[in-house]
Design a protein around this ligand. Structure first.
Ligand SMILES: Nc1ncnc2c1ncn2[C@@H]1O[C@H](COP(=O)(O)OP(=O)(O)OP(=O)(O)O)[C@@H](O)[C@H]1O
Length: 892
């Protein structure tokens, strides 16, 4: 078996450490492809964890500090015992082995995913982890408290900020560790009892000072103090009422997002904090600052589905089962804090315990397949200690310290949660835990100064934002990793341990204390350089380094420190600028190099492509030339053949012509053509004579025609009569046109009248107009009849005169008949009644009904719409109902 063991207390370099951490993780994701993997992955903090618990006194410049001298983050591992049921289910497969009090061995059980991947050679089946301290299943609550939180309570009373958080898979004992069960009080109740015992006789019980924002204190007026009293008492009373009932009932709360089941908790079993007296030794309690009093305030809130809920909010809105979400804000220094969070002043451990229980009842719990009473949220309980100097001027800045205990929700495989709400909770829990992991990884990365820093994604989840201050120098944090030795949760446990392995490599950020020490060290440096007598008293320096309190320095020293810091800022700025310029230069030169390389590459590619294209086109041209050559040679051949054929044909023709000449020459007979020429000229002469004769005849006939025309000139009297008749006819036509227009207008008026009659207006006026039009029509008809009569008389006169003329000359003109024929008239009767030039007008106005109609009578005129209207007027008596618009509408 190939083992790559490193000493659990060894001190490898950064790179070595990283390799150790990433070894199993990266291999698992298939990033590392090695022919043979060691069967054991070693994940070690690489530092004597036990020695790191001791606070380092040597202070280096922050930012460029040597990691070896910094205090490491404590990561404690607690393994819970297996229950009887779990044993019965065969969960005990020896997959968790404690090698010593800092080293743990994990061996993958057969069914686990890790074992399967290990079989394929992708990852290892045995993993080794190192922690600050490992607590086995037999560890009691007291032992655990003594080794972990006890020291932190002392630190808080000295004015430090401390965070303790539990991390682990669900059902691994996180809540048990923090809160306890039954008589087995957890870390929090122990811490509360310890705190109040230490503060005996030093409590500041007035409520006029209250914590605000992240690190501030607010002076309350009397009314506000009263309000605070009411709030506190109502919470304490609520607990008393509930305790007296001791129902163990189940309440359903509406969180505003989804319902969560609140089940009576383990804490319900305990009415008061029962602790064995030896567990609370007063070690360190006597080191409290002289004359200072302490005001203790507590808050309790949870992060559920990425929403913050106040667990101590006893407002009516909470009672109406609608929880109000809290917002996260930043103070002027950029420190995040929970806005409008309830802070309750407590004067005893008993009171604090009751408040915790009251808050616990509002917390989101649910039953999961692994844990009957599983926390579905991250709960954060904070104790703020106000260090009050009773002699200090009111409103003067006070010192505040804080202990935050965070019970994180357990990570769990989402696929195990099939119900929608549980699934959502599990996803949110896993996401926020993952963000915490990313933050720790980034913090770890940034501690290595040889690498470019990364952005720590604190803002990616509410949990990391709330805890940000503890990771950034506002205090120190401590992690408790809870695991259970169940084989079924091996894979999740392995992930938790890998995550915690990174946390074990974290060092605390420079604290406030170290910053003060840094300033003092600079002052010392300066005085040493000047080789002058120091203005800072040696004892003062020591005490300041110890306390980390700048308020202890005198004004002159502070001004000096300010000047030094200003110079330091300028120096660092110049340094950073130089560094930036250097980086920029390097970036530019590298970019130029890249660009040049790219240019070269492009040139090469271009050349290659050019060559290829040239070759291609040369081939194409050669091919084309070949084809053209072939084509034209074929063409030339064809032409040659054609020429040969033509010249052969020409030769043939020539031969034929020569043969014909030789055949015709021997006879010598030219009489035939000459004879035909002679016959043609005779025929032409004859035709010319005939033409001449025709012309003469034509001339004679024309003369004759002229004479006849003169003879047929109509005498003046008859022409005058005809002219008068024509004029009359023209007048008549004019009247008829007028009549037609009248009729048209009448038709329009009829239509408009019809519309008007529909509205019962102007009906009478229309009827009168119609009657007037009727009269006009009758008159016009009379004139027309008269005209026709006179026309007939004129025509009869004309005919008579023409006959007289014919008799006197003795000549009957055939053209008279031809004239009538030409007009399309019958020889007798028809043409005599109507002059030929007037007929088209009457035909247009009164088109004949049948081809046999002799005259264009009124009956014929009835074919037009106007004549039809006219006839209906004449036939219908005035005021006849036929004239009603309704009757006319049908016609139009
Ligand atoms: N060290 C221990 N000794 C005895 N019992 C323990 C120990 N640790 C845990 N348990 C028991 O294991 C069960 C699960 O513990 P707990 O509820 O604290 O788990 P959890 O990690 O908080 O779970 P979740 O994350 O789901 O809230 C409880 O019944 C608890 O009493």
């Amino acid at each position: 078996m190939a083992l790559s063991l490193s000493s659990p207390y060894g001190c490898p370099s950064d790179e070595e450490e990283d390799m150790a951490v990433l070894e199993s993780t990266a291999a698992e994701h298939g990033c590392l492809t090695r022919p043979r993997l060691p069967e054991l992955s070693v994940i070690s903090p690489g530092l004597d964890a036990r020695s790191s618990v001791v606070a380092q006194k040597t202070v280096k410049k922050p930012g460029i500090c040597d990691e070896g001298n910094m205090e490491r983050v404590n990561v404690f591992l607690r393994i819970r015992p297996l229950t009887d049921t779990e044993r019965e289910q065969g969960e005990e497969q020896g997959c968790v082995t404690v090698q010593d009090d800092a080293t743990l061995l994990l061996k993958a059980p057969k069914e686990s995913q890790n074992s399967k991947t290990a079989e394929k050679g992708v990852t290892q089946s045995i993993h080794k982890f190192s922690f600050s301290k490992i607590f086995g299943p037999e560890t009691s609550q007291r032992q655990f408290y003594d080794a972990t939180l006890k020291v932190m309570i002392n630190d808080v009373l000295k004015g430090e900020n401390r965070l303790l958080y539990t991390y682990g898979v669900t059902n691994s004992g996180k809540t048990y560790t923090i809160q306890g069960s039954g008589q087995e009080a957890g870390l929090l109740p122990r811490a509360l009892v310890s705190l109040f015992r230490k503060l005996q006789g030093r409590l500041y019980s007035a409520m006029d000072l209250k914590p605000a924002m992240s690190q501030d204190v607010r002076q309350l007026d009397s009314s506000e103090v009263k309000m605070e009293e009411i709030r506190r008492n109502s919470l304490l009373k609520e607990d008393e009422n509930l305790t007296s009932r001791r129902a163990g009932t189940t309440t359903i709360w509406d969180s505003g997002i989804g319902s969560t089941t609140q089940i009576t908790t383990q804490l319900e079993d305990t009415d008061s904090v029962c602790l064995d007296p030896d567990s609370l030794s007063l070690s360190g309690g006597d080191s409290l600052e002289e004359g200072v009093q302490f005001s203790i305030w507590v808050s309790f809130f949870e992060i559920y589905n990425e929403f913050l809920y106040d667990l101590l909010d006893a407002s009516p809105s909470l009672q109406s089962r609608k929880r109000i979400t809290l917002r996260l804000s930043d103070d002027k220094q950029g420190n995040p804090y929970v806005k409008d969070l309830t802070w309750i002043q407590v004067r005893s451990a008993e009171e604090a315990w009751k408040i915790l229980k009251a808050g616990r009842r509002n917390q989101s719990f649910a039953s999961t397949h692994l844990n009957q009473n599983s926390s579905r949220s991250h709960s954060i309980f904070s104790i703020r200690v106000l260090h009050v100097h009773p002699d200090a001027v009111p409103g003067q800045a006070l010192h505040i310290s804080e202990l935050t205990v965070c019970d994180l929700a357990g990570s769990e495989r989402c696929k195990e949660q099939r119900i929608g709400e549980r699934m959502k909770e599990a996803t949110n829990i896993n996401t926020s835990l993952m963000t915490l992991g990313r933050c720790i990884t980034a913090l770890r990365h940034n501690q290595n100064k040889s690498r470019p820093p990364q952005v720590v994604p604190f803002r990616d989840s509410k949990l990391t934002r709330v805890l940000q201050g503890f990771f950034c120098g506002r205090g120190t944090s401590c992690m408790v990793v809870n695991i259970n030795p169940c084989a079924s949760t091996y894979d999740e446990t392995l992930q938790v341990l890998k995550f915690s392995a990174i946390a074990t490599q974290l060092v605390h950020g420079p604290s406030t204390k170290s910053r003060v020490a840094y300033i003092l060290s600079m002052l010392r440096e300066q005085t040493a350089n000047r080789n002058e007598s120091t203005v800072i008293q040696e004892e003062e320096e020591e005490s300041d380094v110890e306390d980390g309190d700048t308020t202890m320095l005198n004004t002159e020293t502070l001004l000096q420190a300010i000047n030094i810091l200003k110079r330091e800022v300028l120096r660092q700025r110049a340094e950073k600028e130089a560094l930036e310029a250097n980086v920029r230069e390097q970036v530019v030169s590298e970019m130029m190099e890249v660009i040049n390389n790219m240019q070269e590459g492009f040139k090469e590619t271009l050349e290659t492509e050019k060559g290829l294209i040239e070759e291609l086109y040369e081939n194409k041209i050669a091919c084309l030339q070949k084809h053209l050559k072939k084509f034209y040679s074929q063409e030339l051949e064809e032409r040659d053949q054609e020429i040969e054929a033509l010249s052969a044909a020409l030769k043939e023709q020539k031969k034929e012509a020569e043969a014909q000449v030789s055949v015709s020459e021997p006879s010598g007979d030219s009489e035939g053509p000459r004879r035909s020429q002679r016959l043609g000229s005779i025929e032409v002469c004859r035709l010319q004579a005939e033409l001449e004769q025709c012309r003469t005849e034509l001339f004679a006939k024309t003369q004759e025609l002229m004479k006849l025309k003169v003879k047929f000139e109509v005498p003046g009297g008859a022409g005058a009569v005809t002219g008068a008749a024509d004029r009359k006819l023209q007048g008549c036509q004019k009247n008829l046109r007028q009549l037609r227009l009248d009729l048209q207008r009448l038709g329009e008026e009829l239509q408009s009248g019809e519309r008007a009659c529909c509205r019962n207006t102007g009906g009478e006026r229309l009827r009168h107009t119609l009657m007037a039009a009727d009269d006009t029509l009758v008159k016009q008809n009379q004139i027309l009849t008269e005209l026709q009569n006179s026309l007939m008389l004129v025509k009869a006169e004309l005919r008579r005169k023409a006959e007289t003329q014919a008799l006197s000359t003795g000549f009957t003109t055939p053209t008279t008949l031809g004239f009538c024929k030409k007009r399309g008239c019958t020889p007798a009767g028809d043409a005599e009644n109507f002059p030929p030039q007037k007929r088209p007008f009457f035909q247009t106005l009164f088109p004949p009904r049948t081809p046999t109609t002799r005259y264009c009578t009124r009956a014929a005129a009835s074919c037009t719409p106007y004549s039809r209207i006219l006839r209906s007027r004449q036939q219908t008596p005035p005021h006849s109902p036929v004239l009603t618009p309704r009757g006319l509408r049908g016609k139009h």
